[in-house]
Each structure stands twice: as structure tokens, then as C-alpha cells.
Design a protein. Structure first.
Length: 192
């Protein structure tokens, strides 16, 4: 049994946080694809369904890195070189359900919403938040053992969207170095 139960019927007083267009959010994505992808196939923790989707972003560039390169500690350089880091502008002001603060507990949120491997219940929460009028969710990134890095999922139409981008660039060396220093993730040169 999951330590995270199903959402209650009434989420109108659930803790929230507004994210606006002054805030940058980050996403690492394949360079041949755009950064605004809203997953609606059930493969993501907070995926919506029925033509709706969820775009997974991080509050910091290092948060985006650890969520993409999450399987091994030794990362082939070619995998990093095939990707870009985008700094994104939220398309509109959005009220996020804030699952990162203690007050969320009285609604039934536990730390499992950030980490449990079965996404069925977190997806139920995402649906309930969308129905309650939230534009997304703020959560803790599961691949940060310290649970300090935060993520934001925004709700929208499923698939690729053409939305504001502040900047897209190769993954900076400073992000790779921070990943090595903080998380022990090493980018290894591609054998030549």
C-alpha cells in the first residue's frame, strides 16, 4: 500500500504558489527537439491524459540536469552533447499546487508524491489539481537525495508547444561541473 493516498474531493484551500513570466524555469532536452513538451502518455509522474499533458521543468539548471541524467553516475559525453539547456518563460501566470511545504500534509500529501516509483497515485493528484483550477504543481525532484532541488510541472495541451524561450544553449560546463561536485555525476569523453 502506498504511503500516499488519493486526493480529497476539496482542494480549494490547498497551499499554492504563483509562478509568473519574470521567473526562468529550466529544461534539458534533445537539441533536435523543442523544449516545450507536454507529456500525456502516462510515462511521467504527473502526466495528465485525454489530450492534456504535463511539461516537466526545474527551478535550476542543475535540477534539470539530474532529472535527465538519472540512471548512471557515468554519463557519455555524446549524450550531453546531444542535448541543450533551455531557460524558459512560463507562458502565463500560473497558480501551482505547492507539494513542497508542510501545510500540504493536512490534505494527505506525503514525501511519496515526489519519489514513489508507481506514478498512478501522483497522476491522480495531478488530475485533481487540474480539476481544482491549478495550472501545475511544485514538487521536489526525486533524483536529488537531499530533496533540495525543486521541479515545476505546468499543465497544457499534450504534445510539443511553441511557447516563450529565453535562451537555448549547449549544456554549460558549469552545470556539468556542479553535477560532478554535488552529485558525483561524471561526464566521460566519448572514446575516439
Amino acid at each position: 500500500m502506498s504511503p500516499l493516498g488519493l486526493p480529497p474531493d476539496d482542494l480549494t484551500r490547498f497551499p499554492s504558489l504563483d509562478v509568473d513570466r519574470r521567473r526562468s524555469l529550466y529544461r534539458i532536452h534533445r537539441s533536435d527537439l523543442g523544449p516545450w513538451w507536454f507529456s500525456g502518455d502516462g510515462s511521467g509522474r504527473f502526466d495528465l491524459r485525454d489530450g492534456r499533458g504535463s511539461c516537466y521543468l526545474a527551478v535550476t539548471a542543475i535540477g534539470a540536469f539530474i532529472e535527465v541524467f538519472r540512471v548512471a553516475t557515468l554519463i557519455p559525453e555524446a549524450e550531453v552533447e546531444a542535448r541543450s539547456l533551455s531557460s524558459l518563460v512560463p507562458p502565463m501566470r500560473a497558480r501551482l499546487a505547492d507539494c513542497t511545504i508542510s501545510a500540504a500534509r493536512k490534505f494527505g500529501i506525503t514525501g511519496a508524491i515526489h519519489t514513489q516509483p508507481d506514478y498512478t497515485v501522483p497522476q491522480s493528484w495531478a488530475e485533481a489539481f487540474a480539476v481544482a483550477g491549478f495550472g501545475g504543481i511544485r514538487y521536489r525532484l526525486s533524483h536529488d537525495p537531499a530533496q533540495r532541488e525543486l521541479g515545476v510541472v505546468l499543465f497544457g495541451a499534450a504534445g510539443e508547444q511553441s511557447l516563450p524561450v529565453r535562451r537555448t544553449e549547449p549544456v554549460p560546463a558549469s552545470v556539468i561541473e556542479t553535477a560532478r561536485h554535488r552529485f558525483g555525476l561524471i561526464v566521460a569523453p566519448t572514446p575516439g
